[in-house]
Design a protein around this ligand. Structure first.
Ligand code: FAD
Length: 322
């Protein structure tokens, strides 16, 4: 790694989400961003997993890069929709053998063309079932692990008895298919009961969305950390696309501010400022509960590092960016 380490300033942690690159050029951009993101000292970096396993190899390649060439903790997103029990078991085993000890267990969305109610789910109907399966596969692997044999691939990275972190998704503004807040809270409780020990939220645009949800989750009995997911949105086009993909309500206040800017630089500054305000408000508002923020990076380091500096989680830059 050629990028000098940055200095993290406070107790609240930060983490990043990456997605696997879809072209050789995108891979080069990602590798450069990874150097900068790792140098910032995140708690972990998570790597998304394409619906129905479409990015299995490329996700694993990014995870291996993080595991083998950095000392950062790498979290693998896994989805189970459409998987047989045997396939999901094999996949989890493969990731564990590669040295992954941290997962974000997701059900995943229905394949294109399918609707809820069709028979598309496969053997695992929810993220909670995937959480249980990860624990089971890891326990069985610990019992019979070939990795305990010196020289076997992965033996250095994951020794028997190592406990896995299993994160799950949470939805401060409700999952688009959920009928009520109670259903979302029950789902989160069920995920924790299944063995999840961390939640990461869907992105949101107003601090009260997250803070109100955190209060309700605690009142409902959820005890695990619930990290707020924050994305600096750098253009009106991207904002519209994100809202379409996540089914979140369009934040018209932010849209208006982005549209009022005439240059990409001006729009980026608005998006970063919005994310800084959001991150700062959330960190202040939680009063120490779930201290930390999870940043959706779009595989770019500049904006998220600016957000961390603005939230006073990283030292400000004294010289120009490189
Ligand atoms: P579940 O926990 O099983 O369900 C989530 C919620 O939906 C619950 O409230 C549940 O009650 C409700 N629900 C589910 N089905 C129905 C139904 N039929 N009717 C009514 N309510 C229903 N997707 C990917 O493909 N790859 C990724 O890498 C990825 N990463 C993500 C990371 C984060 C932090 C988040 C928040 C989402 C991510 N997603 C990803 C999207 C995720 O797969 C979808 O949101 C999916 O629809 C739900 O997955 P889940 O694990 O939350 O499912």
């Amino acid at each position: 790694m050629s990028v000098a380490p940055l200095t993290a300033l406070q107790t609240p942690t930060f983490s990043f989400e990456l997605y696997p690159p879809r072209s050789a050029a995108a891979e080069q951009t990602l590798l450069r961003s990874i150097e900068h993101l790792v140098a910032a000292g995140p708690e972990f970096i998570s790597v998304t997993y394409g619906a129905n396993g479409s990015s299995r190899n490329s996700s694993l390649a990014v995870l291996l890069r993080l595991l083998e060439q950095t000392d950062v903790s790498a979290m693998a997103h896994l989805t189970c929709v459409g998987s047989s029990y045997a396939d999901a078991t094999r996949l989890i085993r493969e990731f564990l053998d590669a040295g992954v000890t941290s997962f974000l267990a997701l059900r995943g969305d229905p394949p294109a063309g399918a609707v809820e109610g069709d028979r598309f789910l496969g053997d695992l109907g929810s993220a909670g079932e995937l959480v249980q399966l990860i624990h089971r596969v890891q326990a069985e692997r610990d019992q019979f692990s070939l990795n305990d044999i010196p020289g076997f691939p992965g033996a250095k990275r994951l020794s028997s008895g190592h406990k896995v972190t299993i994160a799950v998704a949470a939805f401060p503004n409700g999952h688009p298919r959920s009928r009520s807040v109670e259903q979302d809270l029950d789902t989160l409780l069920a995920k924790e009961a299944a063995g999840a020990n961390l939640a990461i939220t869907q992105l949101f645009f107003h601090a009260d969305d997250y803070l109100g949800f955190l209060d309700k989750a605690r009142a409902a009995g959820v005890t695990m950390r619930i990290l707020p997911g924050i994305m600096p949105v750098l253009s009106p086009q991207r904002l519209r696309r994100i809202v379409q993909l996540t089914d979140e309500t369009l934040p018209t206040d932010l849209l208006r501010r982005l549209e009022a800017e005439r240059t990409p630089e001006g729009q980026a500054a608005v998006g970063i400022e919005h994310a800084i305000d959001l991150g700062s408000a959330v960190l202040e508002g939680t009063g120490g509960d779930s201290p930390g923020i999870h940043l959706y990076t779009f595989n770019q380091h500049e904006a998220v590092l600016d957000v961390l500096r603005g939230c006073r989680l990283l030292e400000p830059v004294t010289t120009e960016h490189n």
